[in-house]
Design a protein around this ligand. Structure first.
Ligand code: OXD
Length: 284
């Protein structure tokens, strides 16, 4: 199959499959014979954001595609960092202070994962396997062996209240935008932690900073932001309780993504349903 790299795509009518990550708004609408839109990532919020996105064409996302492991590594690192006070020891070292900070064992440190899709479910299993009481919050009813599942908006508060740390991997939709706000932080135990590897817009930034400053939250490790790159003037960069990483939790793994995308194009060519089709109304 000929493969063209935008903007050198030749006659737009020849393009049948578009592999995208944040294309300019309106670009896909110029392709009259498009059969499928394949997103080169797990999150499709930016693709669905385009009001000119052609209707009736499947939008397909990556399902894990090897990103589960690096995402889980990031989440594990963040949780261990906070659980074992690795954020506090550098301050002590600076002043040559020899003081052991008491910590809770994994079994006494409940971890909550927001989103139990391919990636979130994998992360929750990792925590459970390492002995953390692991729970997940999801939109609708779901079961996952060994994971306490809280389903629906009405269970969100209970989920937050039992979590010493919340790891967010939700898809960004109209329903989840700003879900990590002042009310959510207030529901968490005092001094707990937030790890965001979902999307920046899940967090109400001013509320997070306020919760950190008041001591309601002990710290946050953030990989995703409303504006990326995070502007140099943003208070997160210099906040003593925030660790900023540059959307680095899990890059798209080329080999695995390639296999999944080629598999889906082959399915479409055979007239079979592809895997990972996004429900546009639902937003993921
Ligand atoms: C993704 C991402 O959605 O990189 O894959 O954020």
């Amino acid at each position: 199959m000929p493969f063209r790299v935008w903007p050198d795509m030749g006659p737009p009518g020849e393009i049948r499959y578009a592999l995208i990550w944040r294309p300019p708004s309106g670009m896909l609408a110029t392709l009259p014979n498009l059969k499928a839109i394949l997103v080169l990532g797990a999150g499709v919020d930016s693709a669905l954001d385009d009001p000119t996105l052609p209707a009736g064409i499947p939008v397909i996302r990556l399902l894990g595609a090897g990103m589960e492991d690096p995402m889980a590594e990031y989440a594990m690192y963040a949780v261990l960092h906070f659980q074992r006070h690795m954020h506090a020891y550098p301050r002590q070292q600076r002043d040559a202070v020899w003081r052991r900070i008491p910590w809770a064992l994994a079994g006494e440190w409940p971890v909550g994962v927001m989103g139990l899709g391919v990636i979130g479910g994998f992360i929750a299993d990792r925590f459970a396997a390492c002995g953390y009481p692991a729970a997940g919050w999801v939109r609708g009813p779901r079961r996952q062996e060994g994971i306490e599942v809280f389903a629906g908006k009405e269970r969100l508060k209970d989920f937050l209240a039992r979590s010493r740390v919340v790891v967010n991997v939700l898809p960004l939709t109209a329903e989840t935008e700003g879900i990590l706000d002042a009310a959510a932080f207030a529901a968490m135990p005092r001094g707990s932690y937030v790890v965001n590897i979902g999307r920046g817009a899940h967090v109400v930034d001013a509320d997070l900073i306020e919760a950190l400053d008041s001591g309601q939250l002990g710290g946050a490790m953030l990989d995703v932001f409303r504006e990326e790159p995070l502007p140099a003037s943003h208070p997160y960069w210099r906040h003593p309780k925030v660790i900023v990483t540059p959307h680095a939790a899990a890059p798209t793994i080329v080999d695995a993504a390639e296999r999944q995308i080629i598999g889906n194009v082959e399915r479409l060519e055979r007239g079979e349903p592809p895997l990972g089709v996004v429900d546009r109304a639902q937003g993921y």
